[in-house]
Design a protein around this ligand. Structure first.
Ligand SMILES: [Mg+2]
Length: 333
């Protein structure tokens, strides 16, 4: 049962990012599995991943391992979104030069294209996704093929790959190597570009979706670009400081501490003008945040989360960039 006034109210489809939303490292994030399963009793849930090296089956098996009720059809990958783009760019059954791993090869073959690894086969397009096995020879084949001017589709543009041993080059970095060699840029399928969201909405035949993510520059930006409501959960990368400072297209509709709050009424936001001082007061729950001139201060603490929500409304509505404001540390520390 969807709780009236909750972030799920009026929503037909929930889309969830994985890392930082469902799991972190090898462990499930507290409350995520129960809350998503509860959501799934009323709504379809799609899992959105930019990772091009894993198949939907592999991802679904991992998620099921945490206790989520999920099938491979619930997983929307950047290679699948790349196929939507390819179908617009080349003839059915065309030969495609693939730079990437098994997940991408399966998607390309599944879309009815012929896979090649060599520019000698006169491919109609290049599609590039991450695999740890991609090497110089693969990038060189892509460059040879791209000099003829054929379309180039990248599954995603993630610069880095967070691994247990540290930060490694991601697909965006490998794409960038080819870009430097050929002097042009690919079209991109994954977050924060819109094709992956379009593919998800089509898959589930839903219009009003809610994207749940932990990163402003991929999940939230992509949802905003795709015209999808967005919810930032503070269990992953971005925290209070980042969301307070977010530029307009990176701002989420909802901010929650954990996914239990999918099933709680989202507090009303009240904005009022204080006649005597000209200050703007933002009320969320018991928190009151004051914007006066370029100073953002706290009149009443309320809960940490309501204070952050109110602080965001005050900062975002100020019309001033974050570095031009004096923001009370109670809002972000
Ligand atoms: Mg994430």
């Amino acid at each position: 049962v969807i709780v009236p006034g909750s972030p799920l109210d009026g929503i037909q489809l929930v889309l969830a990012d994985l890392d930082g939303v469902v799991y972190r490292g090898k462990d499930a994030i507290p409350y995520a599995v129960e809350s998503i399963n509860r959501t799934h009793e009323d709504l379809p849930v799609g899992y959105i991943t930019n990772n091009a090296s894993r198949t939907p089956e592999t991802v679904a098996a991992q998620l099921a391992g945490y206790g989520l009720r999920v099938t491979p059809d619930d997983v929307v990958t950047s290679p699948q979104a790349a196929m939507v783009l390819l179908e617009e760019l080349v003839e059915p059954g065309a030969t495609i030069l693939v730079v990437g791993g098994e997940g991408l090869v399966i998607a390309v073959e599944g879309a009815g294209f012929v896979v090649t690894r060599s520019a000698e086969d006169a491919p109609a397009a290049v599609v590039q996704g991450f695999s740890p096995d991609v090497g110089w020879k693969d990038l060189a084949e892509a460059a040879f093929a791209l000099h003829s001017g054929i379309p180039w589709v990248a599954t995603n543009q993630d610069w880095t790959l967070p691994l247990e041993r540290g930060t490694a080059p991601g697909n965006g970095t490998l794409v960038s190597a080819v870009h430097t060699a050929v002097g042009r840029l690919p079209v991109v399928a994954g977050k924060p570009e819109t094709p992956i969201f379009v593919a998800a909405k089509e898959r589930f035949s839903a219009e009003r979706a809610l994207m749940i993510g932990d990163r402003l520059d991929t999940d939230i930006l992509g949802a905003n670009r795709a015209g999808i409501a967005s919810l930032l959960v503070l269990t992953g990368i971005d925290q209070a400081k980042q969301v307070l400072a977010a530029e307009e297209d990176l701002r989420p509709h909802f901010i929650v501490d954990d996914l239990r709050q999918l099933h709680e009424p989202y507090p009303e936001i009240g904005v009022s003008l204080e006649e005597s001082t000209g200050a703007r007061l933002v009320h969320v729950g018991d928190a009151v945040v004051r914007l006066q001139g370029n100073v953002v201060s706290v009149d009443r603490l309320g809960s940490r989360l309501d204070r952050l929500r109110a602080g965001c409304i005050a900062v975002w509505g100020s019309g001033v960039k974050i570095f031009g404001l004096d923001v009370a540390p109670e809002l972000y520390s």
